[in-house]
Design a protein around this ligand. Structure first.
Ligand code: ZN
Length: 288
């Protein structure tokens, strides 16, 4: 439980940074076993997106006050329950889709918090996918799930994943090696190292996405270490290296850059360009 809380603070800081920088993605998935914790993060994120103050969420503007009071009309929280069903069905998603195309009531944006993502059946997820592919510019979706594995690959390819869960997915030896090499390449002053490294698997979108996801997790662990947390990290040496070489701000930038790049990779964006972009974005994230 304590680890979830620690994760919460770190993920929260990372998310708010993306909102404040104006590069928060339109589709986000928050993974956490504790639904109360993920809802808390989703609400705070929605609040920040709608805040009109300078440092979001400012806690003082009208939007913030309404969000804190749980009565902002442009924050729509739903678990998809209808009279006929107690979970998300294709009908409840269609209703959300119809509603999403109506402009916000009073803010510049509209945020949908979709709870119980793990209970969405395949049809419902496919319906969500349609709107995630081309959301209205003012709409943000935050899907909450207790298990990322219950979501369709196609949905995962359209959202940035912020995980509050303690990772227990098994990692192959190859993936381990790649992550170790990746961290060394990111930290290396030699630009070519990163280029050489990423070109090894960039043509394999699935693997590239997985390595970026793992790098994002390693950076989150490095942030935890900076905050004094001493847990069992999957990549203790890499975590220490990142923690020792980068500031908390750079680590947060790196997490967000990894999440963004992961989305591009999963969307099959031109691979040659992607290698260059990846190197550029990752170096920029750490101010090099
Ligand atoms: Zn505000």
């Amino acid at each position: 439980m304590e680890e979830t809380e620690k994760n919460f603070d770190i993920v929260c800081e990372t998310v708010l940074k993306a909102v404040n920088n104006g590069n928060f993605p339109h589709g986000v998935l928050i993974e956490c076993e504790d639904e109360e914790v993920s809802l808390r993060l989703a609400k705070l994120t929605a609040n920040a997106i709608l805040c009109t103050g300078e440092h979001k969420p400012c806690g003082e503007c009208t939007a913030c006050r309404k969000a804190i009071g749980n009565n902002h009309p442009d924050i729509i929280e739903t678990d998809g329950r209808t009279k006929k069903s107690d979970a998300f069905t294709v009908d409840s998603v269609r209703e959300i889709r119809g509603n999403a195309f109506i402009v916000p009531n009073e803010a510049n944006a509209k945020v949908y918090i979709l709870k119980n993502g793990q209970n969405m059946n395949e049809q419902a997820q496919n319906a969500i996918l349609k709107i995630l592919e081309e959301p209205p510019s003012y709409v943000y979706f935050i899907i909450l799930t207790t298990q990322k594995s219950k979501m369709l690959e196609t949905v995962l390819s359209r959202v940035s994943v912020y995980s509050l869960a303690v990772s227990n997915q098994s990692i192959t030896d190859d993936e381990k090696e790649y992550v170790k090499e990746f961290v060394a390449a990111v930290l290396s002053p030699n630009e070519l190292k990163l280029m050489e490294h990423t070109s090894k698997y960039i043509k394999n979108n699935r693997l590239a996405g997985r390595i970026l996801e793992l790098l994002s997790e390693v950076c989150l662990d490095a942030l935890k270490q900076k905050n004094g947390f001493t847990g069992d990290f999957l990549f203790p040496d890499e975590v220490s290296a990142l923690c020792g070489s980068l500031t908390a701000k750079s680590l947060m930038n790196l997490v967000n850059a990894c999440n963004e790049l992961c989305l591009s990779v999963k969307r099959n964006i031109n691979n040659n360009l992607l290698t260059v972009r990846m190197c550029y974005e990752l170096k920029r994230a750490i101010g090099r």
